[in-house]
Design a protein around this ligand. Sequence first.
Ligand code: 0L1
Ligand code: MG
Length: 256
Amino acid sequence: MNNQSIAEMLRQALMNQRAVPQISKTETQFSLKDAREVQDLSCILAQEAGENLAGYKMGLTSKAKQRDVNVYEPIRGYILKSFEIPKGGTVKMGARIHPRVEPEVAVVLNRELKGPGVTLRDVVSALEGIYPALEIVDSRYENFVFKLEDVIADNTSAAGFMVGRVNLLSELNDLNLMGICVRKNGAIVETGAPSAVLGDPLLSVVSLANSLAEEAKSILPGMVILTGGITQSVPFKRNDRIEVEWPQEVLSFTAE
Ligand code: 0L1
Ligand code: MG
């Protein structure tokens, strides 16, 4: 299969909620370069279908997440406006394959950040907002099993996100050690703190800006940046109630 056909297959898997076999199993020469090209092609396909880019996500930026899926390298993907779940909204299981939720920090900038050479100071000086967030990942591969190349081609399993309304910018000094927990049906299933993300989630934004520069892309003002899961992701099924609790705000949904 060529990269265009693989991108079309993965987009169909997303649209039809039907898992497909791992690419790397059948395309034995499938490289990281191919995987990035497939991700870019799937983004073009989405935009040709009328979708709009909301921003970018970093994935596998914490040890918990890396161990979760047995892939040990941070990766990036794109997020579409249609992925956004409004606060208090519901998550439709009919539109998912085998979804999982993870607590994240979302960042919004007030000016363009273009690498290479972006530093932590550049990110701090461009901050518009830092928000409690959650991401829904839903691998398009059977059994949620993949290699690095597969998951990059599959847009890093991106499937949904929710962003809170409390801007934590004034609490930047305390951000990294804020205690958060994930509850499923009332029971605590994960706990963590933003420092699990590369030691500081803003470093994830640095890494994103510099990696986008390799493709002459940048982070634009107003884009939502998901910095990566703080804990292992939590699988959920129909009727499960998920709550991601921060000291300042709770993000929640019921899967329907
Ligand atoms: O956001 C993430 O960390 C996801 C990266 C891909 C692995 C997964 O599907 O959990
Ligand atoms: Mg994530």
